[in-house]
Design a protein around this ligand. Structure first.
Ligand SMILES: [Zn+2]
Length: 257
């Protein structure tokens, strides 16, 4: 029996009742609950995922409200943990979804335990150190994940299906130096780019979770909203000489980097 709540999503033929049942049975881990994360959490909880784990150790600040749509002034004034403030709000949106908030800081030693064994991991972090750890973990454990990043008015999104599509190190074998990896804290950010990137990630997530894995293509989406530029770079398969998914070396996760 499909809830009236999801009727328009179910009416979309590639989802249908079977896709909705799969979405409902799915478990998702969200790493980060800032601009990308709050939009992703909002969208996936409304879509009816079964379980959502939100990992974020930050507390809310007033400067978050410009783009982090789940939160309000009272939560910012109280300095609430983002993960917990999100869980409270999400319970008002869809109480059928089991949301778990984890407020530990994710690092090499605890990432595997925090992420668990979900059907999908969503990258809503704001730094490459954590992303390269996440790429290692997901390739090692065969977990699908979706890379998302944004700053200023530009952003990127790329789904990673380990050993099926290129991983992060296939594209960028080394993380960029910090001076070439601007963040919202260094160059600012416009809310629409965060929402656009998170929406692309959410669309890829719904393909996977509804059982439409073949609709997930090996692509890198690039967006620059200020230059009115939207691009899709079609990627070949995984790089045979990738240190991670090719050679099976998890340099970041194992502390060699
Ligand atoms: Zn790779």
């Amino acid at each position: 029996m499909i809830d009236e709540r999801y009727s328009r999503q179910v009416l979309f033929a590639p989802v249908g009742p079977e896709g909705q049942r799969r979405i409902r049975a799915s478990q998702v881990t969200l790493l980060g609950c800032g601009a990308l994360g709050s939009t992703l959490a909002n969208t996936l909880v409304r879509a009816g995922v079964g379980r959502l784990t939100i990992i974020d150790s930050d507390r809310l600040e007033l400067s978050n409200l410009q783009r982090q749509t789940l939160f309000d002034e009272a939560q910012a004034a109280a300095g609430a943990f983002k993960a917990e403030a999100a869980r409270e709000r999400l319970a008002q949106i869809n109480r059928e979804v089991e949301v778990t908030a984890r407020t530990e800081r994710a690092g090499r030693d605890n990432l595997a335990r925090l992420v668990g064994r979900p059907d999908l991991v969503l990258d809503a972090t704001d730094n490459f150190a954590t992303r390269y750890l996440l790429n290692d973990l997901c390739v090692r454990d065969g977990l699908a994940w979706i890379y998302g990043g944004c700053a200023a008015a530009y952003g990127v999104c790329m789904p990673v299906l380990p050993h099926e599509t290129p991983c992060l190190r296939c594209l960028f074998p080394e993380p960029p130096p910090p001076e070439h990896a601007p963040t919202a804290n260094t160059v600012g950010i416009l809310a629409p780019i965060a929402h656009a990137v998170a929406s692309l990630q959410a669309a890829e997530a719904l393909k996977l979770l509804s059982g439409n894995r073949r609709a997930v293509r090996p692509v890198l989406y690039t967006l620059d909203l200020w230059d009115s530029n939207l691009g899709t770079v079609r990627l070949a398969g995984p790089e045979p000489d990738c240190p991670c998914c090719g050679a099976g070396r998890y340099d970041f996760l194992e502390g060699r980097r």
